[in-house]
Design a protein around this ligand. Sequence first.
Ligand code: SAH
Length: 274
Amino acid sequence: MSQDPASVPASRPGKLLLVGFGPGSEEHLTFRAKKAIEEAECVIGYRTYIDLVRPLIAGKEVIQTGMTEEIERASLAVDLAYQGRTVALVSSGDVGIYGMAGLAFEVLADRGWTGSEISVEVIPGVTALSSCASVLGAPLMHDFASISLSDLLTPWEIIVKRLHAAAQADFVVALYNPKSSKRVRQIEEAQEIFLKYRTPETPVGIVKSATREGESIVISTISDMLSHPIGMLTTILIGNSQTKIFQNRMVTPRGYQRKYDIHTGDRLARSERR
Ligand code: SAH
């Protein structure tokens, strides 16, 4: 049956898919993220990230831009969706964790999006603290904080305040963006801050390119952490006062042994509790 042209909408509503594709290997890409990338007509991302999803995007329009062109990337993605296209704006890890999702919403607000002109879906991914924790062992078993050491968008005084607060409160801490060729001092200052509150022997995990080519996993200590290579592709996990090294794995106890006999599983009597 032929359709009455008048009943066909002038253009179909566009779709903006904000996709986190995980740490790098395709095995750590979620099913939904993979489907979203496949569904997209156009894929937009930072050049290095596009290379990581290259096998999935053959035959699609691909727009890759440099690292400092985030606003341009988000604006282009929104504009193309407004033109009726299905667009995937991709970030590594989780798109909503130091990724592109927030900026996309800021651009949508700027364009006057009321929530219906185009559809917007945020698709989560395995973030670096999770992938890096898993290759180290189980360091995030207790309360933790995530702090980015990049002061490009956040004033350094605020980052310092958060480092003190997290270190003092005995959070396990994940440090994103610890160092770049231009930003070398921040990680040194972070180390100094942690040494004020934790012993120099506190375990530190240093993971580069988790699940990607060039993966490196180092278990170190707060006092020794700076003697290892740290760069843009590294995440650092600083243990809390209870974090231990066991068979070259970094493990933060949840506290079971305070309440139970780990051998028998029996609950300890109140007087035996540690
Ligand atoms: N949206 C990303 C974070 C982007 S910020 C996520 O959720 O993971 C960039 C920082 O993420 C890097 O400086 C590094 O600290 C961390 N990172 C991203 N991928 C990583 C990986 N595969 N291995 C180690 N660190 C990674």
